[in-house]
Design a protein around this ligand. Structure first.
Ligand code: AMP
Length: 280
């Protein structure tokens, strides 16, 4: 496995793989890799001959009061994990190597990025769409794997690829969970031991909604209120939003009948913000 830090080195490594007749599979990450990321890498290896992982904590997708400077970084462990999961190349640029100092171009995916996290993290999805567009251009990947855990991000990327004709196939990979159901996240390590235990209520809340939906309830307000009622028993978990949205447009749906939709939730435990979702 090779590690490169600049765009020219990346292009050269990708050109070599292509000259070898390989297709390029791509897994973008911000590092501090856990089993969820590694499972994306293994999936990429099933889909493409050559697997490229980017590790880049993208400053433009963090708000001024968010955790950019303290976002966990663990490059040595990440390298070992990538190699073990079957990656062929890591692209880990510095901010300076990736963004022109006077860069002024931003990609905005309107609509899909407006609600849910977009409402509480203004500019976040502009940062995501811009960095992913840049990464697609830099890597020329044939296929890219994204986690369903970041449901709105996935919808934003799918729309970006469709609208701008990026020649890349997007694959959504299932959410990988801890034994108690909590979705794996690099941010879980911020949680104090007590809060970590309490966080298990988040996936339970989603399951309540799914079971109700399976039993025939279709009214979104009813599903969300049944779900969030369970949260009230755990005051340490502060709800930011709980919405039922259309999987493609991310628009709120009043009733789930006949639609592909998911319940999406964001909560705070202490200063840590966690998101999760489940298809209904
Ligand atoms: P991040 O490093 O948090 O930006 O995530 C990089 C990629 O890993 C994104 O496509 C995420 O959706 C995906 N991902 C993060 N956590 C999980 C998880 N628990 N299961 C599956 N994919 C995940």
């Amino acid at each position: 496995m090779e590690v490169v830090h600049t765009i020219p080195e990346l292009r050269e490594a990708v050109a070599r793989a292509r000259a070898d007749g390989q297709t390029i599979g791509f897994v973008p990450t911000m590092g501090c890799l856990h089993e969820g990321h590694l499972s994306l890498i293994r999936r990429a290896k099933q889909e493409a001959g050559f697997v490229l992982v980017s590790i880049f904590v993208n400053p433009t997708q963090f708000g001024p009061n968010e955790d950019f400077s303290k976002y966990p970084r663990a490059f040595d462990a990440d390298q070992a994990g990538c190699a073990q999961a079957g990656a062929d190349l890591i692209f880990a640029p510095s901010t300076e190597a990736f963004y022109a100092a006077d860069a002024t171009t931003t990609v905005q995916v309107a609509g899909v990025s407006a609600g849910l996290c977009g409402e509480f993290r203004p500019g976040h999805f502009d940062g995501v769409a811009t960095v992913v567009a840049m990464l697609f251009n830099a890597t020329q990947a044939d296929v890219a794997i994204f986690g369903r855990k970041d449901l709105q991000q996935l919808a934003v990327i799918r729309r970006l690829v469709r609208d701008l004709h990026f020649p890349v196939r997007i694959i959504a990979h299932e959410t990988i969970r801890e034994a108690d159901g909590l979705a794996m996240s690099s941010r879980n390590r911020y949680l104090a031991t007590d809060d970590r235990k309490k966080a298990a209520v988040i996936p339970q809340v989603l399951e309540v909604a799914r079971k109700l939906a399976q039993s025939g309830v279709t009214d979104s307000a009813q599903l969300c209120s049944a779900a969030t009622r369970l949260l009230a028993a755990e005051p340490a978990v502060r709800l930011q939003y709980c919405e039922i949205v259309d999987l493609e447009s991310m628009a709120k749906v009043p009733d789930i009948s006949g639609r592909k939709c998911a319940i999406a939730i964001a909560c705070h435990l202490g200063a840590t913000r966690l998101i999760d979702n489940l298809d209904l």
